[in-house]
Design a binder for this molecule. Structure first.
Ligand code: NAD
Length: 439
């Protein structure tokens, strides 16, 4: 299936800057597509970027200033759309990369939205509930004039939760003087959230794994998976893998917020995902003592990558599969389903392409979240809500269609799937910019 792979060589040990990675992927595709200089100039950088202070009065009475970001990469196809990440290593470049990938994500699944992303450099687990609320309300305080249902619609991502989205919606509604649930998605149900949003990204990953298995003639019930990340995406991907496909998840990796170390929890006969979810906190940190007591092994954080499984699902952070560790992937692995954004570096892509592992590329694979966010926006605007079954049925239909569009191109032209997904997405954005008279 693989002819070319997204490429820009870098040494294995060089630290990965996600924005350089996103730009390298774009440059590679722009060359492949023979994109005009006009389109390249606009798309290589975000259209708008905001960096701001958020002063928060802490519980001990001191004032602490956090740094917040919002980047709107491109809004040709509709309002910018993308999550807000609370993470200690958050930088403007991380947010830029994630915003750019959002532009391709909304385009590849053909929903009328653009790409944006936000963040705060903070470890949310270090804050009390009151401090967290003050921080998210402060984020809105700084940026409310530049977001809105027709401008830019944020959502949750790593380190942020539905409750935080609810506080943000409340703060925005107070600022503009009217109830505006459509300003943000991923909200709790009582304030205009959509049924199915919480599960959407992980389930969307699994709907596509199901289709990939059909392409490869695999038996889902005999299949095994290893997952990195046990937050919103990892939990629901693992759950979907066992519930919808009947397969076994033999290991999940997570980052322990108490001793600040990544671990892998595993069992060769498969893990009870619902039980693991019951001993996991809101930031995706598993209680490893309880896991051990349940008979599960607690291994090193990187053990998930070398498991002898059929499917690998990275669902934590970017640059987790690199030139220096890609060779640890077992020969048995046939599918790499990228639940996370940017988990694979361009150098690792080249190895995966050579080994003919079927890669479901990030901005297609994890697009279930933004798709149901879009459904949530539609429902919020109408003030009329669908059932969970209706939401998940629409998600499955639309994401399965997008998957087959990309894989038909990949197989027809002998392209690496990431390249095929980029071509579909970039073509749609460029065409819209042309029709709007931007280029
Ligand atoms: P989350 O905060 O809910 O969970 C993150 C998980 O990753 C946690 O279990 C954490 O312990 C784990 N983790 C962090 N560092 C790790 C490490 N070094 N090793 C192992 N595990 C580690 O975040 P999420 O919302 O599930 O997002 C996960 C990924 O999916 C991110 O790349 C995010 O951008 C992407 N994504 C999320 C959504 C969404 O709807 N939430 C949508 C699309 C893409």
């Amino acid at each position: 299936m693989s002819k070319t792979a997204t490429a820009t060589p870098k040494t294995a040990t060089e630290a990965v800057n996600p924005f350089h990675m996103a730009q390298a992927q774009f440059d590679h595709i722009a060359d492949m597509m023979g994109l005009s200089a006009d389109a390249r100039q606009i798309l290589r950088w975000p259209m708008r970027e905001f960096k701001f202070q958020i002063p928060v009065r802490m519980d001990d009475g001191s004032l602490k200033v956090f740094f917040g970001y919002r980047v709107q990469h491109n809004d040709a196809r509709g309002p910018a759309k993308g999550g807000i990440r609370f993470h200690p290593n958050e930088t403007l470049d991380t947010v830029r990369a994630l915003a750019m990938w959002m532009t391709w994500k909304t385009a590849v699944v053909d929903i009328p939205l653009g790409g944006g992303k936000g963040g705060v450099a903070v470890n949310p687990a270090s804050l009390s509930r009151r401090e967290r609320e003050a921080l998210v309300r402060g984020w809105i305080d700084q940026i409310w004039r530049n977001i809105g249902p027709r401008i830019d619609v944020p959502a949750p991502d790593v380190g942020t939760t539905p409750q935080m989205m609810g506080w943000m919606m409340d703060e925005y509604s107070k600022r503009v003087g009217q109830y505006t649930p459509g300003v943000i998605t991923g909200k709790p149900l009582p304030v205009g959230g959509s049924p199915g949003r919480k599960e959407a990204t992980g389930f969307g990953v699994i709907y596509q794994v199901r289709e990939a298995m059909k392409l490869l003639g695999m038996d889902p019930e005999k299949s095994t998976a290893s997952v990195q990340g046990f937050g919103n995406v990892g939990q629901h991907a693992a759950l979907g893998f066992t519930k919808f496909l009947g397969g076994k998840v033999v290991s999940v990796a997570y980052y322990d917020i108490r001793d600040r170390t990544p671990y892998t929890i595993s069992h060769p006969q498969g893990l009870d995902i619902e039980y693991l979810m019951s001993i996991t906190d809101i930031f995706g940190s598993i209680d490893k003592d309880q896991a051990r007591a349940a008979g599960y092994a607690v291994e090193d954080g990187d053990a998930w990558l070398s498991k002898d499984v059929d499917v690998l699902i990275p669902a934590a952070l970017e640059a987790q599969i690199r030139a220096d560790n890609v060779d640890r992937i077992s020969d048995r692995v046939r599918i790499l389903a990228e639940g996370a954004n940017g988990p694979t570096t361009p150098e690792a892509d080249q190895v995966l392409a050579r080994r003919e592992i079927l890669v479901i590329p990030d901005f297609l694979c994890n697009a279930g979240g933004v798709m149901v966010s879009y459904f949530e926006g539609v429902q919020s605007d109408m003030n009329y809500y669908w059932t969970r079954d209706e939401v998940l049925e629409r998600l499955d239909k639309k994401i399965t269609h997008a998957f087959h569009q990309v894989f038909a191109l990949a197989q027809g032209e002998g392209l690496y799937p990431r390249d095929a997904a980029y071509i579909v997405a970039v073509q749609r954005v460029v065409e819209t910019m042309e029709v709007r008279g931007w280029i």
